[in-house]
Design a protein around this ligand. Structure first.
Ligand code: ADP
Ligand code: GN1
Ligand code: MG
Length: 363
């Protein structure tokens, strides 16, 4: 059933008259709407999001994280003389002064100021956007370096624990509840051949060879608002998974998203490939900010992180396919299988140019 946004929005601290609401964006997890209000003679837009309760078990902790992160970024942006209303998300409180609205039906909603004059892209349209996104995510991690990790809850436990993601895949495969495994044989083999590398980064985190950092954990291109005029990355959005992690998760996940010459769910695999140019651009933008504080070990592992995060996402899509498409939103029967295939094609091409990636990082 479509939500009544007029009623939902009426419970947030927004003056003015409700005008309209429509679905917005193409995220795979939450439900996003843009809601327009009339304030005096001008129209003003807000983002409203219904939080996916199956994915986020602790919405109160989740919203406390987002409040801590946006509050921290707001102070940093102000110190740097920037505009906090554009350079970070601004939560709109409910009329009861909470960041979170829980309805009688058990739904959880939140609202942000709509950042105007910028938009997101689901696939790379212009190489400059990749450089801009690299700068935005590099800056984001840099600004969060002094946010105490203890202030953040783990919104999804073991979110990027690639080894546990492998185990979940193996479990789904052994159950094969819907008999779908026979239609994904090559993809299943692809994963099984790579079991050994799934543990690489998480083992190094566990034994202290890689430092924990505050990370975004969902660094897709469409989680950065790009300015319509300047093409710069204005604001990093989608803060649901900001929590302690590895800087390499963010770097690798961004390359998996922006290094793809095609869409994440492109059924025509001839359009999907790995772009070293995009790798180079993102790396340049990211290291402009993070290059001064990343440790040598982290720098060396940047190419591997791209492969691992691509494998991890492919495994997650494949696991969801085997389990009957209950996690990611799908719009067609084999949507998750198409997504799996793009990730594995991408990863295979990355494996072939590992050395060139390392050269790009060094330069
Ligand atoms: P999801 O978790 O489902 O991916 P996002 O938080 O990324 O949801 O939001 C979905 C889309 O809504 C984004 O890709 C972006 O286009 C748009 N969006 C989100 N927040 C804002 C905002 N504050 N201002 C303008 N657009 C936004
Ligand atoms: C989901 O919410 P969205 O669409 O930005 C997912 C990411 C995946 C991504 C793949 C909380 O991101 O981990 O990498 O889909 N988010 C969650 O497109 O699981
Ligand atoms: Mg998103």
């Amino acid at each position: 059933m479509d939500p009544d946004l007029r009623v939902i929005a009426g419970q947030f601290e927004i003056d003015g008259a409700y005008v309209s609401a429509s679905p917005w964006g193409s995220g795979h997890i939450n439900d996003t709407y843009v809601v327009e209000f009339q304030l005096g003679s001008s129209a003003k837009r807000f983002i409203f999001q219904r939080i996916n309760r199956r994915v986020f078990k602790d919405p109160v902790g989740l919203m406390a994280n987002i409040a801590a992160v946006t509050g921290h970024l707001r102070r940093k942006v102000l110190e740097a003389g920037g505009d906090p209303l554009r350079e970070t998300l601004t939560l709109i409180p409910t009329r009861e002064a909470s960041a979170l609205l829980e309805t009688d039906a058990g739904e959880c909603w939140r609202s942000y100021l709509f950042i105007e004059g910028a938009r997101t892209y689901d696939a790379v349209e212009r190489p400059e956007h990749v450089l801009a996104a690299g700068r935005a995510f590099g800056r984001f991690q840099t600004l969060l370096r002094d946010l105490p990790a203890g202030e953040l809850a783990e919104t999804i436990p073991d979110f990027h624990h690639t080894r546990k993601r492998f185990d979940a895949f193996a479990q789904a495969l052994s159950e094969d509840r819907l008999g779908r495994a026979q239609s994904a044989r090559p993809e299943i083999e692809f994963v099984l051949r790579r079991e050994a590398i799934a543990s690489r980064l998480v083992d190094m985190l566990a034994d202290g060879r890689l430092p924990p950092r505050i990370t975004h954990n969902d660094t897709k291109l469409n989680n950065v608002l790009i300015d319509d005029q300047t093409g710069e990355g204005v604001c990093v959005i989608d803060l649901d998974t900001v929590m302690p992690g590895l800087s390499l998760y963010d770097f690798g996940d961004a390359i998996r998203s922006m290094g793809n010459t095609g869409a994440e769910d492109e059924p025509d695999l001839s359009k999907v490939g790995f772009s070293l140019e995009a790798f180079d651009l993102f790396t340049r933008g990211y290291l402009e900010f993070a290059g001064s504080w990343l440790e040598p070990e982290e720098l060396t592992l940047l190419p591997l992180s791209a492969e691992l995060m691509t494998l991890e996402n492919g495994m997650r899509f494949l696991t969801d396919y085997l389990q009957g498409d209950t996690y990611f939103k799908t719009r067609r029967p084999e949507h998750n299988l198409d997504r799996t295939r793009t990730q594995f094609k991408l990863m295979q091409e990355m494996e072939e140019v590992e050395k060139q990636m390392a050269v790009a990082v060094r330069s």
